[in-house]
Write a protein that binds this ligand. Structure first.
Ligand code: BGC
Ligand code: NOJ
Length: 833
């Protein structure tokens, strides 16, 4: 069952009924000011940090799940009936309800009793504010007298504190209302130099800033007393719960349309210019007023919207593809790229499943997110890399997370996740391959933000690599520490006390438990580092790095291979995890996917065997599960993984983040059919038809789909903020379509399904437009390339040095030189499904 449809032309997903199985959301803003918005206008906004600078309140895990947001009410002032065009919070039966989620904007609207209304919500580029453009049309044969109300709940302080410390917070609320603009200035009198505001383009018929005055005593948002009565009360909040509500009266002739613009924003004043007049307690509004005035003008708002559209044109234009598969096309060209922007911005901090309170930006997560983002805005990737590296510890280890506002490592969780440092190498390598900007390696970057400790970024990479060398276990494999990629495989934790954090409890010495996954990552990162060293002319460093890689490969061959697949780990007793000898958890996806991705076992058949075993034991129709058999009970020596009932999350769920490792592994074996088949099983667009089972948004990936051991096999959870976005993008673009960045140029090495006659793509790479067409003339993955008509050796297209800004690259796929071409060269292009 579907709840809407893709409008690929407009790059929108159109939801046609408000009651989706879960809130289907979108992100507003892509730089510093962000909002989350659901298909019924639920959600909240924040500046940079969803915990420390949240502008509006949101109650997570509410009943119903999504409640509280950017609510607009319309009231027929003659019949006195009122409703919300976004369905929530009044939940009337609406006609023609639709929610169009697009690139950085959402339009929600409907018709009710002859009044058509829709609101376009978006954040203009380079501004710390959001615009709501409400358009109301009278479709009746007679004139209509309508009141429009817009409302939000302020919360511009620590959102954690907001949910816990109301004995204080009920006494701090303050607002100012000037020229019809509501300014929320709680705590501005003391240490804050920032405030929020909510403004309206039309002369107001009233406002409210105290929640109880607006809602009425003991009422909720579904039935505010003022909206019911048709008149706001001009309340001025002092203490309690400041809100912003505006009322506008619209008299509409038959067929007439009116637009009202609301602006909600965040502003920071220079510390020494907080008040006007100086010495008073009144906000200095000199700097913010022109900004507010500008965007209340509908023409300016439209122009800002147009700029946003062009921005996304240019971002998405960097890579566009046309394959025979519509689901591949729309995910690669639109939604997957868009989700990569969200994961880059948010890491795992704020979605409808991450509260924005608990987690900052993850070290490993943010580095991996670069794989899907770096081509879009390389300058922001560069900044992120330097921020991440500055939280690295002098030992080479890393804080597991940092807060985006302070850019400081997060002490609550600390470090000791022994895979973390290697991801920095992966992230930097992706940046170098995309940009060729070698200067980044010479940037001085401190350790743990300690002034005086600065060393070139290249030094950070070396320490990352050495970190594992200095932490080797009994089998010559890297010690796992608190956890590796799998946060829930906690081999040094042994927690028997409810409520203890699996991620931070460590009561074993940690000298025994080893990770085959980190070993694979070490090999991969080590090769990347060696290639970087070679490019810098450091052949000695490259050679010693490769020597360590070779030793690690040998250790994996001797102690990390189980006969049919790669082992997962050794626990604190030195016992195998992920082995045929185990009763449960005999085979895991991570070590198998990553070792093959890293090229381990390609020559001696281990890679092929490992992928076969994954196919045999882990693959399901909804994706590849994390391990099998699922853990049926809690194991003290394994930790959180065995805390989940079978089939969920890390306990044999389909963890979509790691599926692409297997896709890439299959491409390394030349198996285009298998790779694309795995890709399609978890592609959300391809799952749109089973929306009532899948339940999450069909336009973005979810972290997990319930595995075959769960009663809800096939049901997705935790959409949006997941490494799944970057890895799927990277797998399909760079390994299946094979348009791959390398240190030397753009590599073209497609491993596509056998029945694809080819595809075309446009890639803007290092300032040059590559017009690429690939044609299949035989089975197999051998490629012969011509550039602007001239054949080239090998499959790396060097960046032109003669000033050409556009080049045409043609590739012919076949079984290889010497193989006969198939008789029928005129194969049919398989039409999009
Ligand atoms: C989740 C993991 C997550 C970890 C860290 C666990 O409860 O299952 O997916 O990585 O928490 O927050
Ligand atoms: C989500 C976390 O954000 C990520 O860092 C981790 O690798 C996966 N869960 C698997 O546990």
């Amino acid at each position: 069952m579907k709840f809407g449809y893709f409008d690929d032309q407009n790059r929108e997903y159109v939801i046609t009924q408000p009651e989706t199985p879960l809130p289907w959301i979108n992100y507003l803003g892509c730089q510093a000011y962000f909002g989350i918005i659901s298909n019924t206008a639920g959600g909240y906004s924040f500046y940079r940090d969803a915990r420390l600078r949240r502008l509006t309140r949101y109650r997570y895990n509410n009943v119903p799940l999504d409640f509280g947001g950017r609510y607009i009410y319309l009231r027929d002032d003659e019949s006195k009936e009122f409703w919300s065009p976004s369905w929530q919070p009044t939940r009337h039966d609406l006609e023609n309800y639709s929610c169009r989620h697009g690139m950085g904007y959402t339009v929600i609207g409907s018709t009710y009793s002859g009044i058509e209304a829709h609101t376009r919500y978006f954040v203009p580029l380079d501004e710390n504010l959001e615009i709501w453009q409400l358009t109301v049309t009278n479709r009746r044969a007679v004139k209509a007298q309508i009141s429009a109300f817009a409302s939000i709940e302020f919360c511009l302080w620590d959102a954690q504190d907001d949910a816990t410390n109301f004995q204080r917070n009920f006494n701090t609320g303050e607002v100012e209302v000037e020229d019809g603009v509501i300014y929320h200035k709680t705590e501005y009198r003391e240490r804050r130099d920032h405030f929020a505001y909510f403004a309206c383009s039309e002369p107001g018929a009233g406002y409210d800033t105290q929640r109880e005055a607006f809602l009425g005593r003991n009422r909720g948002w579904d039935k505010p007393a003022t909206v019911e009565a048709g008149q706001l009360t001009n309340s001025v909040a002092h203490g309690w719960s400041p809100i912003g509500a505006h009322q506008v009266k619209l008299e509409l002739a038959p067929g007439e349309t009116r637009q009202v613009v609301f602006v909600l924003g965040y502003h920071e004043n220079p510390r020494d210019q907080k008040f006007d007049p100086p010495g008073s307690q009144t906000i200095n509004k000199k700097l913010v007023k022109p900004v507010i005035a500008k965007y209340l003008d509908a023409k300016e708002a439209d122009a800002a919207f147009e700029r946003l559209r062009l921005y996304w044109d240019s971002l998405l234009g960097i890579f566009q593809v046309n394959t025979p598969d519509i689901h591949t096309n729309r995910m690669v060209n639109i939604w997957n790229a868009y989700q990569c922007m969200a994961t880059f911005n948010m890491s795992r901090s704020a979605s409808f499943y991450e509260s924005g309170i608990g987690r900052g930006l993850g070290f490993r997560d943010s580095n991996q997110d670069l794989l899907g983002f770096v081509h879009m805005v390389p300058s922001r990737a560069r900044e992120r890399i330097l921020d991440l590296a500055a939280t690295q510890l002098a030992t080479g280890g890393a804080y597991h997370q940092y807060q985006p506002l302070t850019k400081r490592g997060n002490n609550d969780i600390g470090g000791g996740f022994n895979d973390d440092p290697h991801w920095l190498i992966v992230g930097v390598s992706a940046y170098l391959k995309e940009t060729g900007d070698w200067s980044i390696l010479d940037e001085p970057v401190p350790y743990d933000n300690e002034p005086g400790s600065e060393a070139p970024l290249y030094d950070h990479l070396q320490r990352s690599f050495r970190y594992s060398l200095e932490r080797m276990g009994p089998h010559g494999l890297p010690l796992i520490g608190r956890a590796d990629w799998n946060d829930c495989l906690n081999l040094n934790c042994f927690s028997d006390t409810p409520g203890q954090s699996f991620q931070t409890t460590t009561n074993k010495e940690g000298k025994v438990a080893e990770s085959v996954f980190i070993a694979g990552l070490f090999v991969h990162a080590g090769r990347e580092l060696a290639a970087i060293a070679t490019h810098r002319g450091l052949s000695g460093a490259a050679a010693s790095c490769l020597a360590e890689v070779a030793k690690m490969e040998e250790a994996i061959r001797r102690h990390g291979w189980d006969g049919e697949w790669f082992l997962r780990a050794y626990d604190d007793f030195g016992a195998k995890i992920g082995s045929k000898e185990c009763e449960e958890g005999k085979i895991f996806i991570e070590s198998n996917g990553f070792c093959v991705l890293a090229g381990i076992g390609l020559e001696d058949g281990k890679a092929a065997k490992a992928m076969d075993s994954v196919g045999k034991h882990l693959a399901t129709k909804h994706g590849i599960v994390l391990q099998q058999p699922a853990y049926s009970k809690y194991y003290l020596n394994l930790g959180e993984i065995s805390s989940y009932p079978p089939g969920y999350k890390e306990n044999a769920g389909i963890f979509c983040h790691v599926n692409p490792w297997v896709m890439i592994g299959e491409t390394r074996l030349g198996h285009g059919d298998a790779a694309h088949d795995y890709y399609s099983r978890i592609n959300p667009s391809a799952r749109e038809e089973i929306g009532d089972l899948h339940r999450c948004e069909p336009y973005v990936y979810a972290q997990m789909i319930a595995g075959k051991d769960a009663p809800s096999f096939g049901e997705a959870k935790n959409s949006w903020l997941t490494g799944t976005a970057a890895w799927n993008y990277y797998a399909i673009v760079q390994w299946i379509l094979g348009i791959r960045t390398s240190l030397d140029g753009l590599e073209i090495a497609p491993v596509i399904p056998n029945n694809w006659p080819g595809f075309t793509a446009t890639r803007i790479f290092r300032g040059v437009v590559y017009k690429i067409s690939i044609e299949r003339k035989g089975d197999g993955n051998h490629i012969a390339l011509t550039v602007d008509g001239a054949p080239i050796d090998g499959n790396i297209v060097a960046t032109p040095t003669d000033g050409r800004k556009e080049i045409t690259v043609k590739g012919i796929l076949s079984e290889g030189p010497g193989e006969p071409l198939p008789a029928d060269e005129e194969e049919q292009f398989v039409p999009a499904k």
